[in-house]
Structures are given as C-alpha cells and as structure tokens.
Design a protein around this ligand. Structure first.
Ligand code: ADP
Ligand code: MG
Ligand code: MG
Length: 249
C-alpha cells in the first residue's frame, strides 16, 4: 500500500531522515516508535507532502504510484489522511464549514461520527480554537471521517488527551480503520491501512497492530512485533534501539 524507499529528508539544511525504509501493507496497522526528536513526526509530515520537508533522495510509493513529488491535495485525493501531533487552530473557519468542505460522496456518515464523538455542539465553533486536547483530537477524527482515507497517518493520537477521551478516540480510530473507503488497491483484502506514532502505546488498547518499527536518529533501526517492542520499550527504554540495530535490520 505504502512503501518508503531510502528516504532522505532535510529541514532547513539539516538532515532529519536518513535513508528510511518501511512498508505498510494494505489493511495493516503499522506502529512507529522512537525517542523524542527521532524524526517520527517529520516522516509523517513528509509522507503527507507538507512544505519545509525537503526530500533529498528516495521515494514514496503509494498504491504502486510514485507520489514523492505530489502536492498535499493530490496525496489526499489518492487516499492519504493525516492527524498531526499539534493540529492548528483555524480562526474564522467553523468546524461545520470545514467538514462539509472536505466531504464528498465517499465520506462516512459524518453526522453519526460527530454524534458518537460528542462533537455536535462544536460544529458552530472555529476549528480547534479553545478546544481541549481531547476535543482537538476528536475534531481531527471527524475531519478524517469526512475525508475517508484508506491510509491513516496518525501522530500520537493519545497525546494531550484525558483517559476518558482516549477510550473514545481509540475506539473511533478502530472503527475508522475498519470502515469502507473506496481507494483500496485490492477490494478483497480487509480494511484501511495505518501508520501510527505512539509513545505510550495507549492507542494499542483499542487498535490491533500488525507491524512495528523503531526510528532512531532519523533511521529505522528495528522492525518487529509491535506489542513485544512496546513491552521492551516500557521496561528498558530506547537504549535497546542500539541493540536492535545490530540484530534485525
Ligand atoms: P519526533 O516526532 O520523533 O519527536 P520530529 O520529527 O518532530 O521528532 O523532529 C525530528 C528532528 O527534526 C528534531 O531534531 C527536530 O528539532 C527537528 N525539526 C523538526 N521540525 C523542524 C523545523 N521546522 N525546523 C528545524 N528543525 C526541525
Ligand atoms: Mg515527540
Ligand atoms: Mg513527534
């Protein structure tokens, strides 16, 4: 579904990602772990095509197509959707206006999603302005349901969120990943795909992961079973990144 090949990315002349390789199979949920500053957010932002992330070399292949040089909107049209770590406020844009602007024939039932996320009373408010951490993430998920992507890029969906909202957010992510989008490559295979960054692993209480990667210093140093990785990270921290490097990749 998504393949990153030898990706080298600079921000402001500094190399942030150094030959990253990873794959996300259709219908699979891949988790990206790594210490602060490893380049996880930069990778997701680069995959979505945001400006400032200068691709020096390497390729991003999505559904068999080289999208390395496509704009954000072209990538979104092909089925990539992102929830960033710190979604921006949009003063002067009502959530309702934004959701209807994103909506297409392919959207999920956004009214039902808004109800489930308890976001109905936010529709008249400016996007994310004065929203709490959990409300911002719920608003982002509502926008994703309007977009209905087949590849979800989720950057720390549980960060800044209280425990009650985490359950709501986790369950919604699970539902969105299982929903039917029309941008699959192979319609016989299950559900949407995801690349999820998590520090705490809390989202994995609600979403079943298939594959895990650890990113350190802008490079993938380890690939393996995500739940086992999380266990190791929790008990030993990211010191194991180094050991991993000798072992697996
Ligand atoms: P992570 O998400 O793994 O915590 P990031 O991808 O946010 O890490 O950051 C990776 C590195 O890139 C960090 O050293 C960070 O300071 C740097 N970086 C990120 N964005 C910018 C930027 N806009 N300008 C300069 N450096 C940046
Ligand atoms: Mg971080
Ligand atoms: Mg980050």
């Amino acid at each position: 579904m998504l393949e990153v090949k030898d990706l080298v990315v600079e921000i402001g002349g500094r190399t942030i990602l150094n030959k990253v390789n990873l794959k996300v199979e259709q219908g699979s949920t891949t988790v990206l772990f790594g210490p602060n500053g490893a380049g996880k957010s930069a990778l997701l932002m680069t995959l979505m095509g945001f400006s400032g992330y200068n691709i020096v070399s390497g390729q991003i292949i999505f559904k068999g197509e080289d999208i390395t040089n496509l704009s954000v909107d072209e990538r979104a049209k092909r089925g990539l959707g992102i929830m960033t770590q710190r979604p921006p406020n949009m003063t002067g844009v009502k959530l309702e206006t934004l959701v209807s602007a994103i909506s297409t024939d392919n959207s999920l039932d956004t009214e039902a999603v808004a109800k489930k996320l308890d976001m109905e009373r936010f529709m008249e408010r400016d996007v994310n302005v004065g929203f709490s951490g959990g409300e911002i993430k719920r608003s982002e998920l509502l926008q994703l349901s309007a977009q209905n992507p087949c590849m979800y890029l989720l950057d720390e969906p549980e960060s800044g969120v209280d425990l009650v909202s985490i359950e709501e957010i986790g369950k919604t992510i699970d539902e969105l990943l299982k929903s039917r989008s029309n941008c699959f490559v192979d319609h016989n295979r299950r559900g949407n795909s995801a690349l999820i960054i998590t520090h705490t692993g809390q989202v994995l209480d609600y979403v079943e992961p298939d594959m895990g990667y650890i990113l350190c210093n802008g490079a993938v140093v380890c690939k393996g079973h995500p739940r086992e990785m999380l266990k190791e990270i929790k008990s030993q921290g990211y010191g194991e990144c180094i050991k991993c490097k000798r072992g697996q990749l």
